[in-house]
Design a protein around this ligand. Structure first.
Ligand SMILES: *Cc1c(COP(=O)(O)O)cnc(C)c1O
Length: 814
């Protein structure tokens, strides 16, 4: 509806200054950032404790806004627009909304209560949507500002309004009542949320009931408490599962995963089923059904529509967690009443008997902390919670009120200790006030499900790291090789974990890899194995440490170092002791010494070499000769240059097979990722990566039909074929197709049939009970990367590093 300033000025009792009061207004705004602000916008300049919209008027005028409701006209904009001056801009907005509401004459449902307002509103919108043009509050716009904004959105098309009203102190509801003017009232569950603003429950009740002072009918759950406060003149339409004299009497019964409601209303007797079990949802659903009954819907229609109700809120999400856990995610609120509801929900949803509660400080109770946490403790005991994890300063103070309880001052403290708190085979309720960011806890606990993912078990990495550490002398330092994205497992995340474990050094192959880690915030020193001369500048800029393996490279680096006037920049000298890949040889050691002597711009941080046969004991003599040569050349460097650098020669297999050559540091690679070249040692390692996908499609094919390109598989029996969305572009070798390889589905082997395609492969699941969407393991515990490598006559390193970067890496801790 288009109004003009002339209509609005008397409504909000404004004095006005400006060019024209005939200006048409079709948009109301309080948000200076909104892109919808324009010529026909009336902007209400609200001012709060932290922000005063009067400051944005100049900007808004530049953006074309011409009409403002203000308490004063700022000097710099005087005379530049139409100004409606009022005493209080919020009150003016409310007065305008009330006036606007009165221009329409259709039924309006006004909802208040402590819990369930938004769900009931959303459900009613769904249930009545087929028959009405509904205007409803967006999200939970139920405040002193939200309600007027909701109402102002009414237009001529609407024929039903659903608005929720929320208050936190006395004297707020009168104002909302004038704006909503409900014809039908709906009182949802009255709990103890937002108690602070009210002296007691009675006062809160009285205040809330003010929304209904002028309704034609009030729908409510029959209760003695409400009745004591209710004006007897208000006509009610009540329901109860307890009092048979309610207008509608209901008997609840749980049937597997649904709740059946036997409804007795006048002469009607009917049954509906709703897809919820918890008390809160059932109560909200009944409130909605009452509205449908009031509107005279046929029980058949009610039954049908109610069976389709769906979960609405951000609250109380049930998720699969890591390690056989069920998560109940209620990471958005924390008050006593909603805790009660959540605990009910936990009980109704639990898959595992053991129950854990992760709880933040509780707000808005109106009680002293002492009383509040005593009540919480009783509630938790009554709900048979096995373990409590309290997060927050206040709950930490009351730790002794709870049994089997650990507390943390902050969510970050909890996250830091996550590894020490084992979670498994339990149902976990995660309940915290918004600002505790419990969604981060949910993210840690949640099971990762994507179509094709490489799941990385960070616990296994820690385990493997500790296994190799246990083989080292206490003083031996550890460099971990994270080249090629951490052997395909994810560079940054693993580097972060290694930083946490206080690893001494990281090693990467190329400068880019190191730069990416530094940019991501890794602070550990990083050695670059294979720096190109062109990358030296970038290496220095990012504080990376180059491996220098030739005179040419050394001179190039020294030149740049001199230009940049570097002093004692750490470099690593690589010696070739028999690998014949990179490194100074015996016959250029003298030149190396000559060049480095007296040079102040660099310092030899370490001397290293690499073994060709540390994993093959048939070449043990060769390995020993390499170590011997390393000893000789590095000693010479050290004595002639008078330096004491870190010396290192061992990779993973070297750590296992040549413990006497640990020197000052070792370089751990593949072992960290759970692969050993020694079958005995393998038993002590944990599997790190699991490559997973799902079944996209299942089909039966008859005898004689073929599968895939080139018809390389022909069915010799009626065959059930599953298609998996992973192919050679993801790093699955084509040699693994055509009956050679298999994947695991529901713990059974499924042979790959036909040729592996670029993005897909097909398997024979004739003997396997499975359905579309089921999980598929390509490698992990079984088949292992080692097994696949053996079959394909390659090494695990190649299998791991071939997994393409388009496969999402998902990290989890157990
Ligand atoms: C990759 C690499 C390592 C680690 O080898 P693993 O066999 O994976 O332990 C050690 N040193 C150098 C120079 C490397 O290139």
């Amino acid at each position: 509806m288009t109004l003009s300033l002339k209509n609005i000025i008397p409504v909000i009792h404004a004095k006005w200054f400006g060019e024209s009061d005939a200006m048409p207004i079709d948009h109301i705004s309080i948000d200076s950032r909104s892109l919808q602000n324009g010529q026909n916008t009336l902007f209400f300049a609200l001012s709060g404790p932290n922000n005063d919209a009067h400051n944005y008027i100049e900007e808004l005028i530049d953006a074309g806004v011409l009409n403002f409701v203000v308490t004063h006209v700022p000097d710099e904009v005087r005379g530049q627009a139409n100004f409606l001056i009022v005493e209080n801009t919020l009150e003016a907005l409310q007065q305008f909304a009330a006036y606007y509401r009165n221009l329409y004459h259709f039924p309006v449902i006004g909802i208040t209560g402590s819990n369930g307002k938004t769900i009931v509103k959303e459900w009613l919108n769904f249930l009545l949507g087929p028959d009405y043009n509904i205007i409803r509050s967006p999200k939970s716009y139920n405040s002193q500002v939200g309600v007027p904004l909701s109402v102002i959105s009414i237009n001529e098309k609407h024929n039903l309004g659903i608005f929720e009203a929320g208050i936190s102190k006395v004297n707020e509801m009168e104002k909302l009542e004038k704006i909503i003017k409900p014809t039908i009232g709906l009182l949802t569950n009255i709990g103890s949320a937002h108690d602070e603003g009210f002296a007691n429950i009675g006062e809160k009740m009285k205040q809330k009931l003010k929304l209904f002072s002028d309704v034609e009918v009030l729908i409510l759950h029959k209760s003695k408490t409400v009745e004591t406060f209710l004006n007897p003149k208000i006509k009610t339409f009540s329901w109860s599962c307890k009092y048979e004299n309610a207008d509608v009497f209901i008997v609840k019964k749980i049937i597997v995963d649904k709740t059946a409601l036997k409804v007795k209303y006048n002469s009607d007797d009917f049954e509906i089923k709703i897809p919820f079990l918890d008390d809160a949802s059932v109560e909200n659903a009944i409130q909605c059904m009452m509205v449908l009954l009031h509107f005279g819907y046929d029980p058949k229609v009610i039954e049908n529509r109610m069976s389709l109700l769906f979960p609405v809120e951000m609250r109380l999400k049930v998720k699969n967690g890591i390690n056989n856990t069920t998560l109940i995610d209620d990471s958005y609120s924390s008050d006593f009443q909603s805790l009660k509801i959540a605990l009910d929900f936990l009980e109704s949803q639990k898959l595992y008997k053991k129950k854990t509660l992760i709880l933040s400080d509780i707000f808005q109770s109106g009680l002293s902390n002492e009383e509040l946490y005593s009540n919480v403790s009783q509630l938790i005991i009554a709900n048979k919670i096995n373990r409590i994890i309290g997060i927050g300063e206040t709950i930490s103070q009351f730790k002794n009120k709870f049994l089997n309880c650990v507390t943390f001052a902050t969510t970050n403290d909890f996250i830091a200790a996550f590894d020490t708190l084992s979670f498994g085979n339990e149902t976990i309720l995660i309940k915290g006030a918004r600002h505790f960011r419990f969604e981060e806890i949910v993210a840690l606990l949640e099971e990762k499900t994507h179509e094709t993912v490489l799941e990385i078990n960070l616990n296994a990495i820690s385990h493997n790291l500790n296994f190799y550490k246990s083989k080292l002398k206490p003083e031996t330092k550890l460099m971990v090789m994270v080249k090629a994205f951490g052997y395909g497992n994810g560079g940054f995340e693993i580097a972060k974990l290694l930083e946490h474990h206080k690893t001494d050094y990281l090693g990467v192959a190329f400068a880019d890899e190191g730069i990416a880690l530094k940019n991501a915030g890794i602070t550990l020193p990083i050695m670059v194995l294979n720096p190109e001369n062109t990358s030296f500048s970038a290496i220095i800029q990012h504080g990376l440490e180059p491996e220098i393996y030739s005179i040419k490279g050394l001179n190039a680096f020294l030149k740049i170092a001199a230009q940049k006037k570097l002093e004692h920049y750490p470099i690593h000298i690589k010696l070739d002791t028999g690998m014949h890949r990179l490194g100074f040889e015996q016959n250029n050691i003298d030149e190396l010494i000559f060049t480095l002597k007296e040079n102040k711009s660099v310092i030899v941080q370490s001397i290293l070499s690499h073994m060709a046969t540390s994993d093959e004991l048939t070449h043990k003599d060769f390995a020993l000769s390499q170590i011997e040569l390393f000893e000789k050349l590095s000693s010479k460097l050290m004595s002639e240059l008078k330096i004491k650098p870190i010396r290192h020669i061992l990779n993973t297999s070297g750590i296992s097979n040549f413990p006497q050559a640990q020197y000052d540091m070792v370089r751990l690679g593949i072992g960290l990722y759970g692969v050993s070249n020694d079958p005995d040692e393998q038993k002590f390692l944990e599997n790190v990566g699991t490559l997973k996908s799902i079944i996209s499609q299942l089909r039966m094919i008859p005898i004689g039909d073929s599968v895939g390109y080139g018809r390389r598989f022909i069915a010799e029996r009626p065959t059930k074929i599953a298609t998996i969305p992973i192919g050679y572009a993801d790093g699955i070798s084509r040699h693994w197709g055509n009956g050679v390889g298999f994947v695991m589905i529901n713990n059974k082997k499924a042979r790959i049939v036909g040729s592996i395609c670029m993005d897909m492969l097909m398997v024979d699941v004739t003997e396997i009970k499975c359905k579309e969407g089921d999980s598929v393991v390509i490698f992990g515990e079984s088949p292992t990367v080692i097994y696949i490598a053996e079959q394909l006559k390659t090494i695990p390193y190649e299998i791991l590093t071939s997994i393409s970067q388009r496969v999402k890496r998902v990290f989890y801790r157990e």
